[in-house]
Design a protein around this ligand. Structure first.
Ligand code: HEM
Length: 413
């Protein structure tokens, strides 16, 4: 598209396979010609410039509490089906505004200490090596790196953190996939409300039981810290605790899977950068930051306007839905030099992938640690790792997360 095109010409269709594979050209057009774009099909605003995305995430005019409006508009049968999941989601830190958000976040910070994350390091290494050993002993040459590595690694880390036995992986994956169809992962499926309700019911009963056991038989660790976390006499209610466990499980696994998957894909697609990293392993920190910026797991964040908000001459009305496109902001040439270049030595890298403001990701330190360990050890173990030329990566059909569903690779080149 040329500069002659107008705002009205631009159609942003996230379900178009070409856009799924590479959304960046349409983001560039939107940033240039229609930075506050109304999408009739999504019935939402699409915000694409860095400063607008950052400022909106910092603004009180937008709220994360978007579930109430949705819930109130549901037909009675669906509302009944979704009663429990909405109850728990409304207790998620990620869906609460101040003052509730402030109170719960202050309490949760007691469990998310730097030390708690630091203590996870040996476990992350152990899990990573166990998965790499498994890959090796299978002797396979072509594998789906998501299923056999990127998905399992963060799932086991979060399960260890929450004290869930590792043999529960398949159950947890199923319950969390069921909930994900509702929360913003994969797009519509016919029975998505039934699945979401079932996933939530299984997950919440599991955590209720686990919390009961831990309370009766205390055992040091993150879950115990969460149970014990007190702040000036305040603590999490039983339901808030269950909701928080579900949130941590959710927030901490798919995002990190996508970080590992996207990092591997980007490095394999940019052999010059991979060679640089191999020559200087100390570049791993800036590599992870560049992956987070260049094609990170946070494609978009969702908000609802709590009050009218004017931006670049467009009026966002109270109650309207707003997608702030983080991955577009991270490619804004107004903010980043040579923004479309994947450069693992980039120094100025103030990407927005962990959000901004009061909801800034609590698990960023853990995610970075997992990303570093996963990528370093994968390429050390399989130095000839290559993309499978006969099977291209399959991207998630989703608007909020960004990552591949399948990433076929050849382990030995
Ligand atoms: C690469 C991996 C990750 C990415 C890209 C990521 C990204 C984000 C983003 C963008 C937010 C803000 C959401 C919003 O403003 O609506 C967020 C919030 C959050 N993240 Fe992460 N996250 C990652 C990993 C993790 C991990 C490993 C954990 C926990 C173990 C975690 C826990 C949380 C929590 C609890 C919140 C809610 C904070 C709040 O609402 O105050 N995240 N994350």
């Amino acid at each position: 598209m040329t500069a002659a095109h107008t705002a009205e010409d631009i159609i942003y269709d996230p379900s178009d396979p070409a856009v799924m594979a590479d959304p960046f050209p349409v983001y560039a057009r939107l940033r240039e010609h229609d930075p506050v774009h109304w999408s009739p099909s999504l019935k939402s605003w699409i915000i694409t410039r860095y400063t607008d995305v950052r400022d909106l995430l910092l603004s009180d005019d937008l709220s994360v509490k978007r579930l109430t409006q949705f819930y109130n508009a549901l037909p009675p049968a669906d509302a009944e089906l979704l009663k429990d999941i909405i109850h728990y989601l409304n207790l998620w830190l990620a869906f609460r505004d101040p003052p509730d958000h402030t109170r719960v976040r202050r309490i949760m910070r007691h469990a998310f200490t730097a030390k708690a994350i630091e203590d996870m390091r040996p476990q992350i290494i152990e899990i990573t090596d166990m998965l790499l050993d498994r890959l090796e002993t299978k002797g396979k040459n072509d594998v789906d790196l998501i299923r056999e590595y990127a998905l399992q690694l963060p799932a086991f880390v979060i399960m260890d953190l929450l004290d869930v036995p590792r043999d529960m992986l398949d159950d947890f994956k199923e319950w969390s996939d069921d909930m994900a169809v509702f929360i913003g992962g994969a797009r519509n499926s016919g029975d998505k409300y039934e699945r979401a309700a079932r996933g939530c019911q299984k997950m919440s009963s599991y955590f209720a039981q686990l919390i009961k056991e831990r309370t009766e038989n205390p055992k040091p660790g993150f879950l115990m810290d969460l149970i014990n976390a007190r702040d000036e006499g305040d603590k999490l209610s039983e339901d808030e605790l269950i909701a928080t466990c579900i949130l941590v499980l959710f927030a901490g696994h798919e995002t990190t899977t996508n970080l590992i998957g996207n990092a591997t894909l980007l490095l394999l697609r940019h052999p010059d950068q991979l060679a640089k990293l191999k020559a200087d392993p100390a570049l791993i920190d800036s590599t992870i930051e560049e992956v987070l910026r260049f094609d990170g797991p946070t494609n978009a964040l969702v908000r609802v306007a709590a009050q009218d908000h004017d931006l670049h001459g467009r009026q966002i009305r109270e109650g309207e839905r707003v997608f702030v496109m983080v991955n577009s902001a991270n490619r804004d040439p107004r903010m980043f030099d040579d923004a479309d270049r994947f450069d693992i030595t980039r120094q100025q890298n103030r990407h927005l992938t962990f959000g901004q403001g009061i909801h800034l990701c609590l698990g960023a330190k853990l995610a970075r640690e997992e990303g570093r360990i996963a990528v370093e050890r994968l390429f050390a173990r399989f130095p000839d790792l290559a993309l499978d030329p006969s099977a291209p990566p399959e991207w998630l059909d989703a608007m909020v997360p960004r990552g591949t569903r399948r990433l076929p690779v050849l382990l030995r080149g």
